[in-house]
Design a protein around this ligand. Structure first.
Ligand SMILES: NC(=O)c1ccc[n+]([C@@H]2O[C@H](COP(=O)([O-])OP(=O)(O)OC[C@H]3O[C@@H](n4cnc5c(N)ncnc54)[C@H](O)[C@@H]3O)[C@@H](O)[C@H]2O)c1
Length: 318
């Protein structure tokens, strides 16, 4: 298949692009190397696929690019481009979230109306739930985001469902729950915790350590993306992509300390606005519709990620 991967240089996008190429697909990757973190890092994510005969990189901003040209000759879309992270989505930061998460998605969906693509899989987020009413949270729970970021991801997801219902665009929205592993974004807590510990610095812990998450390993998320692209799940579907076993920050700190062979030093700070108290997703629907379930335990994933962070530090000491 010829697949359009938006956000191909990002954490999830670069891993998925590599895997699609390995599986023999053609990939047209789109990215505009936004500065939510160092664009040079994003370029480095593409080193493994640069020059691959089946890979084409289009440096283009989805907020302004011609989406018809991007979709020309494409069989399926994996739409991962977006502005992630909850903390910067307040105040004047909000506008960029609206553009990159809502406007960019609407423009792509509008153009997808007049194509024959077999799938439009899009990245949503556990942030749409906010502090959910029930755990493990199913897709039937009423979304109640607690951050402007979550609001923009929910809007994008609703757009996908609208375009599925009204124009038969074959969308599937994937609500990722805290994805981690090699190349995790440098702003994410686990990455900062490991990097700061390797640098001998204290990790700023917001709140009392009781905040808990479904941590989902990147390889499992790549499998979910492939399953979504290839499955015949009904158009307009929305699925959690979550590791069902959750861990609190305190438990995570314990696992990282074991993998590092040294205790993580902490700098205790008050809880931050926009952080949900708890996320914990049920993946039953993804199993049913996509045939997907996660297979990496948090212990295994944290060990892999610590080993990768060590390698990175040795390669380019900070
Ligand atoms: N990482 C997670 O834990 C997580 C959890 C839930 C949802 N998500 C969602 O998954 C997607 C990928 O997340 P990630 O962690 O890989 O983030 P990332 O920042 O590493 O990747 C996103 C990529 O999209 C690109 N991009 C952003 N806006 C663009 C635009 N207008 N045009 C072209 N390219 C653009 C960026 O340059 C970046 O390379 C995002 O939509 C995010 O909201 C991620």
């Amino acid at each position: 298949m010829h697949i359009l991967v938006t956000g191909c240089a990002g954490f999830i996008g670069s891993h998925t692009t590599e895997r699609l190429l390995l599986d023999g697909h053609r990939v047209r990757g789109v990215d505009c190397f936004t500065d939510n973190y160092d664009p040079a890092l994003k370029r480095s994510h593409l080193i493994g696929v640069a020059g691959h005969p089946q890979f084409e990189l289009i440096e283009s901003d989805l907020v302004t690019a011609d989406p018809h040209a991007l979709l020309s000759g494409i069989d399926a879309v994996l739409h991962l481009a977006g502005q992630p992270g909850v903390r910067d989505s307040w105040a004047s930061g909000f506008e960029i979230y609206v553009q990159r998460n809502i406007t960019a998605t609407q423009r792509l969906l509008e153009a997808a109306k007049s194509t024959n693509i077999s799938r439009f899989a899009a990245a949503s987020s556990s942030s749409v739930y906010g502090n959910a009413e029930t755990y493990p949270t199913t897709e039937l729970a009423v979304p109640q985001p607690v951050s402007p970021y979550g609001v923009t991801k929910l809007a994008a997801e609703h757009l996908c469902t609208l375009y599925a219902k009204n124009f038969a665009v074959p969308t599937v929205s994937l609500r990722y729950f805290t994805v981690y592993g090699p190349r995790q974004r440098p702003d994410m807590a686990l990455r900062r915790m490991i990097d700061m510990s390797l640098d001998g610095k204290a990790f700023p812990l917001f709140g009392d350590g009781s905040v808990s998450r479904s941590f989902t390993y990147i390889n499992d998320v790549v499998e979910a993306n492939l399953a979504a692209l290839l499955s015949d799940a009904p158009s307009g579907s929305v699925c959690n992509i979550a590791n069902e076993s959750t861990a609190s920050m305190t438990e995570l700190i314990g696992l990282v300390s074991s993998a590092l062979g040294q205790p993580v030093q902490l700098d205790h700070l008050p809880a931050a606005a926009g952080d949900a108290e708890r996320t914990g997703g049920s993946s039953d629907l993804a199993k049913q519709l996509l045939g997907w379930s996660p297979s990496t335990t948090l212990e295994e994933g944290v060990a892999e990620m610590v080993a990768w962070c060590r390698q990175e530090q040795a390669r380019s000491p900070r």
